[in-house]
Design a protein around this ligand. Structure first.
Ligand SMILES: Nc1nc2c(ncn2[C@@H]2O[C@H](COP(=O)(O)OP(=O)(O)OP(=O)(O)O)[C@@H](O)[C@H]2O)c(=O)[nH]1
Length: 368
C-alpha cells in the first residue's frame, strides 16, 4: 500500500534522471554536503539573517536568500538551516539557504480576517513567555488561555509573566492559573534605586523594574529558547530590553544583529548577556496571538499528566467537554486519582479546550 500523503517529506520525492545527458546541472545538487549550519535570527523582506558558528571564535552573521529548491516552505526565526555559497558574513555578501532542519517545536499564528492562512512564526522554541499587565491594559484571561493552549499544543513550556503589579495586585488574576503547570513571574516597577533596574520601552519610555522578577526570568530562560508574547502596552519591550540590553527600534544597536534599527515585524532572536550558550529570547512584535484552529483536545490533555490516565475510559471520539456524558475524566477526578486539586485542574483544562469559543478569544485572535 502506498504511503499516506501526510508522511511525505522532501526525501520522498524522487528526482528523475536528467534526460539531456550526464552533465549535472547546478540546480540538481540536492545533498549540499558543503552547507554550513546557521540559526535564523530574523527574516526581513526575503533576506534571512543566520548566526553561523555560534559561540565559536568564527561566529558571524550571514545574510542569505532562499534557494528555489525550497519552494514555498517557510523559514522562520529559530530555524536551523543549511547555507552554501558565500558564508563569510562579509559586508555585501549573500549566501544561499538550501535546507531547513527538522523542527523540535513550531508556533503558528492564527488565521484572521486580514490573512486567512495560518503561518509558522517561530521554530524550535522551548518556552512561551506570556506577558500580561495586572492593569493598564486590563489582562484578559481569554488571551492567556489561548496562548496556553498554543503552548501545550506545541509541546512548549508556558511561563506567565504579569507586569505592572505596582499598579494593581494580580492575586485575583493569578487565582485562575494556580492549578496549571506553569511558572508564574510577577514584575513591578519600583522607586528604589538599589533594587531596581532601569529599562526603556521600544518607544523610549523609561521604567525602573524590580530586580527580583528579572532575575527569576533570567533563571527560567537560561539555556532555553523563549518566545515572548504580549499585547501592546503590557511592558513587553521594557522587559525584553531589561533582559537583553537591546533597544529594539529605538535607534539603539541591537545585541546580535549589530544593526541600528530593526523595524521589520518579523520575530527577532536576541541574546541575554551572561546567560549560558543556547539562551535566546525571541521577541514577537506584531504577533499577538497564536493559532488554535488545529488544536486537538487530546494533545492539550497531554499537558495535564495527572488527568491523562482518566481518558482511557472515555468513549471513542470523546471531546472531554463538560457536556460529554461518558467522559472518563469526571470519574477519574471524582475518585481522587487526580489529587486534591483534581476538580480545579479539570475545570482549567475544560476552560482551555473551550478557549476558542469565547468572545474575548475571538476578539484577540488578531495580529496588529
Ligand atoms: N507602572 C508600570 N509601568 C510599566 C511597567 N513596565 C512597563 N511600564 C510602562 O508601560 C508602558 C508600556 O511599556 P512597553 O514596554 O512599551 O510595552 P510593550 O508591551 O512593549 O508595548 P509595545 O511596544 O506597544 O508592543 C511604558 O510607559 C513603560 O514604561 C511596570 O512594571 N509598571
Amino acid at each position: 500500500m502506498g504511503r499516506r500523503h501526510e508522511d511525505w517529506d522532501e526525501s520522498s520525492v524522487r528526482i528523475r534522471p536528467n534526460k539531456r545527458g550526464t552533465r549535472p546541472r547546478t540546480k540538481d545538487r540536492p545533498a549540499h554536503s558543503d552547507a554550513v549550519r546557521g540559526r535564523i535570527i530574523t527574516v526581513d523582506r526575503g533576506r534571512y539573517t543566520a548566526l553561523v558558528d555560534e559561540g565559536l571564535a568564527e561566529e558571524r552573521l550571514v545574510i542569505a536568500a532562499r534557494a528555489r529548491e525550497l519552494n514555498r516552505r517557510p523559514v522562520v526565526p529559530g530555524d536551523f538551516v543549511g547555507l552554501v555559497g558565500d558564508t563569510s558574513g562579509q559586508p555585501n555578501t549573500l549566501a544561499r539557504l538550501v535546507r531547513i532542519e527538522d523542527r523540535k517545536t513550531v508556533l503558528r499564528r492564527s488565521a484572521d480576517d486580514t490573512d486567512p492562512v495560518e503561518r509558522v512564526v517561530v521554530a524550535n522554541a522551548d518556552q512561551l513567555v506570556i506577558v500580561v499587565a495586572a492593569a493598564n491594559p486590563e489582562p484578559r484571561t481569554g488571551f492567556i488561555d489561548r496562548a496556553l493552549v498554543a503552548a501545550y499544543d506545541a509541546g512548549i513550556h508556558p511561563v506567565l509573566c504579569v507586569t505592572k503589579a505596582d499598579v494593581k495586585d494580580p492575586a485575583g488574576l493569578l487565582a485562575n492559573y494556580t492549578h496549571l503547570d506553569l511558572d508564574i513571574v510577577v514584575s513591578r516597577s519600583t522607586a528604589d534605586e538599589a533594587s531596581g533596574v532601569d529599562a526603556r520601552s521600544a518607544e523610549g519610555a523609561s521604567a525602573r523594574l524590580e530586580r527580583s522578577a528579572l532575575e527569576r526570568l533570567h533563571e527560567l530562560m537560561d539555556g532555553e529558547v523563549s518566545v515572548v508574547l504580549g499585547h501592546s502596552g503590557v511592558g513587553k519591550s521594557t522587559l525584553v530590553n531589561a533582559l537583553t540590553g537591546a533597544e529594539r527600534a529605538t535607534g539603539g544597536v541591537n545585541a546580535v544583529t549589530g544593526r541600528g534599527r530593526h523595524t521589520s515585524s518579523s520575530a527577532l532572536a536576541l541574546r541575554i548577556p551572561d546567560a549560558s550558550s543556547g539562551t535566546w529570547i525571541i521577541d514577537t512584535p506584531g504577533i499577538r496571538s497564536f493559532g488554535l484552529a488545529l488544536v486537538e483536545p487530546d494533545r492539550i490533555l497531554e499537558g495535564f499528566e495527572d488527568l491523562l490516565p482518566g481518558s482511557e475510559s472515555c468513549p471513542r471520539g470523546c471531546t472531554h467537554a463538560a457536556t460529554e456524558p461518558g467522559c472518563g475524566l469526571d470519574a477519574w477526578v471524582a475518585s481522587g486519582e487526580a489529587g486534591d486539586h483534581g476538580p480545579e485542574r479539570l475545570a482549567s483544562y475544560r476552560r482551555l479546550i473551550g478557549a476558542e469559543d469565547t468572545e474575548s478569544a475571538k476578539e484577540l485572535g488578531t495580529v496588529q
